[in-house]
Design a protein around this ligand. Structure first.
Ligand SMILES: [Zn+2]
Ligand SMILES: [Zn+2]
Length: 252
């Protein structure tokens, strides 16, 4: 079984365990932990680090934050940072063309990560660049071991930590990823003329709780700008988080 098939199987199991767990241990107070996990794993690990930092190199980040955010991204279950970033670079390169790793035109297959590009499409240059980072190589090699160790210990302490802190956030993140890959390449408004179908979508950004990547047309037009919002009503919380952590140069 390929690493990517293992990842998809694990995501499926997490969906089953998360839904069953919430039914068996329903307690809305624990959703606070889910929100914290979304901030750590999805916003910092996936969106701020794997997407805007690794794939797009849109800001500078100190060594310690690089290592920490790379670890956080593991628990978002989108795969190793090298895989995420190198596939994503190809998404930008071939958006909405037959070579797009996850074209919106593939609808539910893109939503469920069933298009072949999810597994096979990698920017070779990005892989080479990121393989220079020993920490990212270590994470790639031990991805599942790290995941199961941490989630296993969490389960032993209190099963609700695993359910609300690790399973429910992944279900939510996976759903949001489908919203961005499918909805934000079909519905919404354009602020920029781009060679793809990317759109800015306010409802999608509400579903994403202000992540900001739902202003997808702006992101496709200006991928090297970590600040995606261009209008006062376009909320981009991840850019605010990046402002807290990024290394500031003399000019900014
Ligand atoms: Zn896109
Ligand atoms: Zn991007």
């Amino acid at each position: 079984m390929s690493e990517f098939s293992k990842l998809r199987l694990l995501i499926l199991l997490v969906h089953v365990a998360g839904i069953a767990g919430v039914i068996a241990y329903w307690d809305p107070a624990w959703l606070a932990l889910t929100l914290i996990a979304v901030v750590l794993f999805t916003w910092l690990g996936q969106e701020a680090y794997c997407h805007r930092y690794l794939a797009h190199r849109s800001y500078e980040l100190a060594w310690l934050w690089q290592k920490m955010f790379a670890c956080l991204s593991i628990f978002n279950l989108f795969g190793s940072p090298i895989g995420i970033a190198s596939t994503h670079v190809n998404h930008h390169r071939h958006s909405d063309s037959p070579f797009d790793p996850h074209p919106a035109s593939a609808g539910w297959r893109t939503w469920l990560w069933l298009t072949p590009g999810f597994e096979q499409s990698r920017s070779v240059g990005t892989v080479k660049r990121l393989m220079q980072d020993g920490w990212l190589v270590f994470i790639q090699r031990h991805y599942f071991r790290i995941y199961f160790s941490v989630v296993g210990v969490a389960s032993l302490i209190d099963i609700r930590i695993a359910i609300y802190g690790f399973f429910v956030p992944v279900i939510y993140a996976f759903f949001c990823n489908g919203v961005v890959n499918v909805i934000c390449h079909r519905f919404g408004y354009k602020l920029f003329q781009t060679n793809d179908d990317s759109k800015n979508n306010l409802i999608a950004n509400l579903i994403l709780l202000g992540n900001g990547v739902a202003f997808h047309n702006t992101h496709h037009a200006c991928p090297s700008d970590y600040r995606i919002s261009r209008r006062w009503y376009e909320i981009d919380v991840v850019a605010l988080l990046i402002d807290l952590f990024r290394r500031k140069g003399r000019s900014n």
